[in-house]
Design a protein. Structure first.
Length: 198
């Protein structure tokens, strides 16, 4: 896997930045709104220098992103205190936070701390469940407090997308699992709509 631009230098960094621009242009062509930039695993910010390079590299794209109508949503492993400080360095509208419920649960982050702190910076949500310190598991069987997370997002006025990043079905009934997961999301995110779709 190639290193992201904030972990490279020289010509390689410029090439990676060009790739980010190309992805944003492609997203705009198909009617997308947000490009998720993962600051986890291989992309995790480890040093102040990496943070500086990321900030400078993306801030220079602000006008380009505005023209495309595209925003960057950061999915990170930062605790909410660090993430609120990080996202404050970027202008709203073009930059926001991608909340991954499962990743947060795996890291031991609590929705009652994280979601209110991030507030309007949350522009996209990945619905996932993971074990504390572990892997992805079926929704409702891991450490993610799904009812509380959705409730807090509703209370905070979140109106963006919910994207299922859920575990595969152990018995191979993936379509059935997706239907169950979809219904769980509807029940948690839009309780008043449950009777309409069930």
């Amino acid at each position: 896997m190639q290193a992201p631009f904030w972990k490279t230098s020289g010509r390689e960094r410029l090439e990676r930045l060009d790739e980010v621009r190309a992805v944003c242009e492609g997203c705009a062509e198909v009617g997308g709104r947000w490009v998720v930039v993962p600051l986890v695993d291989n992309g995790s910010i480890q040093t102040p220098e990496e943070r500086r390079v990321l900030l400078e590299g993306l801030l220079q794209m602000t006008a380009f992103l505005s023209e495309l109508g595209i925003g960057i949503a950061f999915e990170s492993d930062f605790a909410h205190e660090a993430l609120t400080g990080f996202i404050a360095d970027f202008p709203t509208g073009c930059f926001g936070v991608n909340l991954d419920m499962g990743n947060s649960a795996s890291l031991g982050y609590r929705p009652e701390h994280e979601i209110p702190a991030l507030g309007g910076a949350i522009v996209n949500v990945h619905v996932k469940d993971r074990l504390l310190g572990g892997t992805t598991v079926p929704l409702g069987t891991g450490a993610a407090d799904l009812p509380r997370s959705f409730s807090l997002l509703r209370e905070g006025g979140y109106r963006g997308r919910y994207i299922l990043q859920t575990a595969r079905d152990a018995n191979g009934d993936h379509a059935g699992a997706l239907r169950r997961y979809r219904n769980m999301v509807i029940e948690y995110a839009w309780p008043s709509a449950v009777d309409i779709v069930s």
